[in-house]
Structure formats: structure tokens, C-alpha cells
Design a protein around this ligand. Sequence first.
Ligand code: DGJ
Length: 707
Amino acid sequence: MAGQRIEIDAGGFGLVLGVGDDGRVHQLGFGRDTAPATADLPTWLYPLAYPTFGEEHLREPALRITHGDGATSTRLVYRGHHQQVDGRGTVHRIELADRVAPVRVTLCVRPWPDVGLIEQWVEVTNDGSAPCTLHQVAASAPSFTAVDPHLTHWGGGWANEWTETTERIASGTKTVASAGGVRSSLHLPPLALLAPDGIASEVHGRVAAVTVAWGGDVRFDVEAAPHGQLRVIAGAQHRGAERILDPGASFSSPPAIWAWSETGIGPTSRALHRYAREHVVRDGGRTRATVVNTWEALFFALDPERLGAQVDVAADLGGELFLLDDGWFGTTHPRDDDTTGLGDWEVDRRKFPHGLQPLIDRTLKTGMRFGLWVEPEMVNPASSLYEDHPDWVIAEAGRDRREERNQLVLDLCRPEVAAFCLGVIDRVLTEHPGISYLKWDANRDVTEPGSGAAGIATDRQSHLPIDRVRATYELMAEVGRRHPDVELMACASGGGRGDFGTLRYFHEIWTSDNTDPLDRVRIQWGASHLLPASVLGAHVTRWGNKPLAIGCAVAMSGRFGLDLDLQAIDPAEREILREAVATYARIRDLVQHGQLYRLVSPIGTDRASLAYVDDEGDRAVAFAYRLADELVGADEPGSGPGHAPPLAGLLAAIQPSRTYVVRDITPGRASPGPARVEVLGADVASAMFAWPAGPAPAATIWEISAG
Ligand code: DGJ
């Protein structure tokens, strides 16, 4: 067994493990060109592949167990290795076991060679006759040689999602973790970038990107150990989530997915986008409709006449899907604001005397589809549901039931609650077959994490953080099975559910409630490090009171839509929106399915630029934003070496010797630049890069097509 090597390749990005004389499994290589790293050194000198508590007492563990006999250390040895082929490819299963305790640990590695990613998770099985307790089971813990390690992570909470932090990891352990359990990615999106050799750019530097595919809380521990060794432990957040594993039972950790690049950050995002579109998101290859939403148009003040008028304008502008947001339900406790009615999913007959059907019919008659807002996992205490079933919520006996947004979280671990929630969605979709889209919202986190579910005994209340997410997945999956043609948007107070675990059940997310175009440039920039534009709902609203043209130019770089009072727009605005909808329909294949090239970052500057290019390099669309009158933080475009790397990034995707036509297609441009310029591919970047003229905010969109 000693000397055994396990080589796993994901199309040029690999993991090599080796078994030492001591029977332990070490990581011989992780990244590109892993073979040379394995040259002459004895295996035991390499870092452990999966460190455990009690094994390396000065280092962070990935696994911590209290065994059936009360012992707290775990020391794993290699038992075997085999490959298993399933419907999604090959899984390498590396079997380990504790030297003493009857516990098996399987390191599972699935390479995704088509997209160049590696997925890892860990299974723990209790082969003993007494229960053991799992305190921590991380998905993966690779090590890196690092000379100047920098970590990038994001967060920010409501209306501030995806705020970027890049910091040097000098020594010790830096932990970033989400909390709250429901809207986890609102607080900390489940993505970390590690640049081991110093700050990386879009096109330069070694970069490892890792995401945890989990709709609950996640955690990244980045540990800088002596001798330039760096380890990243990635997985579900374990604090408060200990699990008792009964004899014979197994636990499988949520997976982590790794991307690797030797040429900067850009390739990691493009690999994650392809993976999302091809292996995660529902119908990931399908083009998304232009959505017209009612939330910022009317909020809770819904009435059929005003809605009908909105439908007519939406259709006239070219909208494709009319979405009725919050406020349509509640009878005993009408939903006139966010204090009442949640949980009572009966149509409010005061607002809709003839139900929703007339509005649905009117919408469908225009050729648009109809969508509806729901928040099935939650309840207002001021509701019939709560009056009838106060025990259906997540709560701890004898403790306050703390409200957030005047609501509580339903306990989906109780089968009767899960059945109720499924019934709500089932009924609304069955009674209204014209509904082909649901916005599934969730507007609070879990506090006092207690469950009265029969399956969660009093000594196992800490199972709730994992079990609640799994129960939510079951509900989401069943909705998908029963209503395969209904598209689902995941929303959780904005971007609280932007993770690859939840997205398996959804078609797209609501990126953020913050739709001020200036903030949205930054939020969408951050989100693009994980998520493709096809899933990033981006609507033009009045938030921030910026000109609608700039709002359009920002929203058009995501999954475009409108969310403002369409009866209150003036004729000039109407024409801008009409133009934007039509232009987006022409370029959306590029935005939604093209390869993203981030060109100029809005972080620390007053401008931004990005482009989407088709796979053949025949067509591209590029966006440039001036966010302030005085441009600071970067050189003028094309004027200095500071710009060479990002432009080189775009040039790599188009063909330098071909002729391209570059057209300014910015909606509402009062005095457009040259409408049409023909240039060689090599010159496209300079032809494109005249930053939009002030006053800020201003934007330019170019369409670039091979002539
Ligand atoms: C929070 C969402 O983020 C908003 O878009 C909107 O749907 C409201 N909830 C409705 O209550």
C-alpha cells in the first residue's frame, strides 16, 4: 500500500495523492503540472490530504470526531481506492479508516474534465456499536506552496451583496464563514479565491477558486503555516451543527468545487460559469425571458386595473414575462404590508374580486408569460396559519420567538409542514395553469434553531442546520418534478441564495434588491466571479433615481428585466426602455451564454468594463461604465501599460487578423459615436475603448461582429 499513487485529472487541472510509509495519505500535487511536484521527496514530507483533529496538533483540522469510546483524536490510514462510474462521470473513492475507532472516512473526488473543475466531498461511516459525534466534516483541504498568499472573499448583507475584500494571509488562520442558515450568500457568498503568489489580475497569476455547493452556511479556513505552506479547508459551516452518527449510519458532506488557473482570475470564472450552465442550473442552456416585475412599481398596492395597465405597457415594450410580486394573498390577515398574511396563500378577494385568472388571461393574451411571487418557507405570526399551527415554526421551548421582517421560519423538517408548503405551490400552479414562473423568496434567517420534528430528538437539535437545508432541497426538488415547465427564481431578500447547491433546483436568482446602477455594477461584478449572467436577475428600477438609460445599460449585462411603474414613465423614457428591450433580445445569447471577460474593475476605480464573447470568437458585446465625473484609480483607456492585461484578455478571445464591425448600441444615446466602425480584431480593443463621456453615470455598449 505504501508508495501507492492516485492521480486524478480534470483536463489539465489535477490532484495527486500518495500513500506514505506510515499509511497516511498525502497530497503530492494540486493544480496544473502536478507531476513534477512529485519528483524525489519522500511522500511523508508532503502535506496530509485530509488533516484530522489529533493528527497534526499545531494545525487546523478538516475532520473532528468524538468517537463512541469518548476519544477525541482521529488518525486516518489508507485502506483502498477505487473508481465508481455513475450518470455524471467518475468518482474516485479513497477509503481511509481510523487506526483504532470503527470509523470509515471516504475522500470522494469527481473530476469534471469537460469544464476543468474538481469536486470533492467526504463521507463518514460509523461501523461501531456506539454513536459517535461529528463536530466538523469539511469537504476538502488542499495545500499550496505560497510565497505571498492573498485571499479574496465577498459579503455585505442586504442591498450590499458581493462587496469584495482582498487581503494578504501573513500567518495564522483566516476564517470567513456565513451564518443564518437561510440567506447565507447574502452575508457571505460561498466563494473564495486564493492567489498563492501575490495579488492576481484577470489575466496574470496562479489562482485557485473554491465554492461550496450548499444552500446553508459555509466556511473557509485559510491557514498559513510555517515554511510557506498554505492550506484551505472548505466546507459547510460546522459551528452549532454537530451530528450524532448512529451505529451503521453515514454522513456525506456538502461538496466543494475547485477551479485552477495559471493565467489569472478570468479562467476560473469562465470554468465555473460553464459548470453552472451545463451541470448545475436547471435548463442552463435555455435563453431567459425579459421579466417585468411589479414589486418596485406598485409594492403591496395591487389592484387589477393598475396591474392591467402595467401589463399593456409591458407588452408594448416587448416584455416577455409579467411577474406579480408580493401582496396578492391573505384573507383573514390581508397582505397589505410585510406584517401580515404570510402563510395564508388564498387570493385576497378585496384586491382581486375575480381571483388572479383575469390578470393571467390578460397577460397571456398579449403573448407574455405570467409569473407569481411566493415565500413558502415562512409565516407571519399575524396569519391564520400561525394561529392554527404555532408549533410549526423553528423555535426553542421557553425562548423568545425572535421576528425578522415580522416573520418566523417554518420547520420543514416536520413532514406535515413540508406537505403543507408543497400543497401551497401545487395548488396555486394547478389552479392557474397559466403560471409558468415562480419567484421563490425567503426573507429571514434562522435564530433559536430548535425543531419539534419527530426525527430530531432533543439531543440532536444541532442536526437542524443541515437537515433544514436538505428538507428545503426536497421541497424544491419535488416542485421541479411535479411542475417541470415552471421556471423558478431563487430570491432571499435579494441575493441570499446564490449557491450551486440551491441552483440545482432553480433557473435563476434575484441578484440584489439594490438596483441603483452604480451599486449594481459592483454587485454584478462580484457575482460574476461565481455565477453566469444567465442566472443574474438584473432589472431597471427607480432605485437611486439615475437616468433609465444607465439603468438599462447595467441591467443588460445580466438577465435583463424591468421593475418600475410603467404608467409613470414619460415618452422619452418609454422609447429608451423599448430600445433596450429590443437590443437585449438581439445580444442576450452572448450575455447569457457567452464567455465573460472582465476588463476593468470597478473596485477602487470609478469605471468598469466587461465583455461577453461567443465560443468561436465571431461576436462579442462589451460594456463600459463611467461611475464618476472624474475618473480615478486607473489610467485613461488604452493609454498605458496598466491596460494591457485586460485588453490582452479580450484579444485572446477574438481573432486578431479578422475584420470586425464595432457598433455603438447604447440605448437612448443622444449623440452616438460613430455608428459603425470596421477594424481588425487586433484593434478592436482600442476602437472600443473611448470611455463614455460624462456627466456620470454614463455607459456605452458595443456590439462587435466579425465582418
Ligand atoms: C424581498 C425581495 O428581494 C424583493 O424583490 C421583493 O420580492 C420583496 N421581498 C417582496 O416582499
